[in-house]
Write a protein that binds this ligand. Structure first.
Ligand code: SAM
Length: 228
């Protein structure tokens, strides 16, 4: 048996333990989320010196001073989206590309946008290498969404803003849901917004979280909040 085989079966065992103990046991009940997270090799989205921690119950540092979110946080956000079959989804804050890969396993088409050019390029290449051909990654300011690709059945934002950006609300389809952290730079609450009519939205608070800031036209200005 080769060392590579040992490594990948070890990762599969750890991934299954992550799904059982960190996700299902803590209330993640959308089978599509659980199955998607069973399939995506989280270790591939990490820098080499972080791979051994891939299945720990924590956020981890990636390149460019950014982070890959804790598996439970990714799962909670995608669970809350309640995506319809064959959904079109906007992923704001591509980072490593991990959440985009999980979404690609569950949705019809994924549009992912990242403000740091090097991260967008690396994630795009890795997602292609792993065979995810239903994901498009671009470099840009996701606080204003991706107007050309709207409407979206789901929008997930992996960075915190002082308020829900208006352009994102307007890019939801009727019945679509947006999940994102909203609050101060230091602490946010996870919010789910459902577009229940053309001009009608329902807002639910899902609990406290802590994310890096969404920096852009409809988020935080400049680089002053980067290190939270
Ligand atoms: N979803 C990512 C993953 O699976 O690795 C984790 C994302 S990390 C917590 C947040 C990301 O949001 C960072 O890569 C950051 O550069 C990005 N970001 C911050 N402001 C942004 C904006 N206005 N548009 C797009 N991306 C932004």
């Amino acid at each position: 048996m080769s060392a590579n085989h040992d490594n990948s079966s070890n990762c599969e065992t750890q991934r299954e333990a992550m799904v059982q103990l960190q996700l299902a046991a803590r209330g993640i009940d959308d089978e599509r989320v659980l199955n998607a997270m069973r399939r995506v090799p989280r270790e591939r989205f990490l820098p080499a010196n972080m791979r051994e921690f891939a299945y720990e119950d924590t956020a981890l540092p990636i390149a460019c001073d950014q982070t890959i979110s804790q598996p439970w946080v990714v799962a909670s956000m995608l669970n809350a989206l309640q995506l319809p079959a064959d959904a079109r989804v906007l992923d704001v804050g591509t980072g490593s590309g991990y959440a985009a890969a999980v979404l690609a396993e569950m949705a019809g088409r994924v549009y992912s946008i990242e403000r740091v050019p090097a991260l967008a390029a690396a994630a795009s290449e890795l997602l292609r290498e792993l065979g995810y051909d239903n994901v498009e990654v671009i470099h840009g300011d996701g606080s204003v969404g991706w107007p050309a690709a709207r409407p979206f059945d789901g929008i997930v934002v992996a960075a915190g803003a002082p308020a829900i950006p208006e352009p994102l609300k307007l890019q939801l389809s009727v019945g679509g849901r947006l999940v994102m952290p909203v609050g101060s730079a230091a602490m946010q609450g996870l919010v789910r917004l459902t577009r229940i009519g053309e001009d009608e939205f329902e807002r639910e608070e899902l609990g406290p979280v802590r994310f890096v800031p969404l920096i852009g036209e409809a988020g935080w200005p400049g680089d002053s909040h980067r290190h939270n």
